[in-house]
Design a protein around this ligand. Sequence first.
Ligand code: AFP
Length: 333
Amino acid sequence: MRNVTLTQYLVEQERSLSGVGPELRLLIEVVARACKAIGHAVSKGALADVLGGAGTDNVQGEAQKKLDVISNEVLVEANCWGGCLAGMASEEMDDPLPIPSQYPKGRYLLLFDPLDGSSNIDVNVSIGTIFSVLECPPGVTDPTEADFLQPGTRQVAAGFAVYGPATVLVLTLGNGTAGFTLDREVGSWILTQPRIRIPEQTREFAINMSNARNWPAPVTRYIDECVAGKTGPLGKDYNMRWVASMVADVYRILSRGGVFMYPADAKHVEGRLRLMYEANPMAFIVEQAGGAASTGRQRILEVQPAKLHQRVGVILGSREEVERLAGYYAEAG
Ligand code: AFP
């Protein structure tokens, strides 16, 4: 079968989906091209001066890696001239970035975590880029933070790239979730998973076990049952994975099922992961692949944001597992 490129996939989505017009198609293509450039920079590793700290902190007060800053610059420079956006927001920038006055503005807002998994950069473990697309409120040409604060249900597109053994891109436009693999020889994103479906059941969970003493009771109950395996109420043994790069853990779950948990706990009272450019895009992608995504107490996509960089508890993956854990939260009251 002839390879279907990202461009052809987007053109065909444009024909079949009313919400996908030429502007959104161009935006996705530009972001995907930026991900290729970021993946190339990441792949140089120690051969280029891209590893280690940048000597600066981001809005979260976290030390930035050089590749965090480089990745952010790649995405900002790629998306400022195209005329698709009214504004951008990034984990690496305190405030939303307006489109420079010399360029036309468009109808979309782009939010991104330019390089997720930064703690893995210097140890050569898969990392990636996460992005989310919202519509700018009608009539707004200079969006403020408030214009970005839309619940995840309002996303028109979301995606992430994983810079791993293969460079892959996962994308949803609201009509299912598709996967692409980068053909490095040609430089094209090739459609390799036309319609990703997450198995409803799983035997694999992903959580940072070092936080166990901080977990809320429903999480402790669920993990204890998974660890009890055949000897416990679940009657089957479980496996555990934790890459500490959300993009890698979520890609594994999209590929073979599983449940990913970073719940709000005694140490991370709001949660650790950011709502607008990590949890929301991943929740949209997972739901479109037949999975579920919850804070434990509500559907992530229905959380009404109050701050651009706010954090949220995340439980996502195989639908039956997420629903069981949400049931434990409900029982706990
Ligand atoms: P960094 O980008 O700071 O490495 O954080 C990555 C992340 O946001 C997410 O990708 C991981 O799932 C999670 O944090 C890992 O958190 P722990 O380091 O606490 O396990």
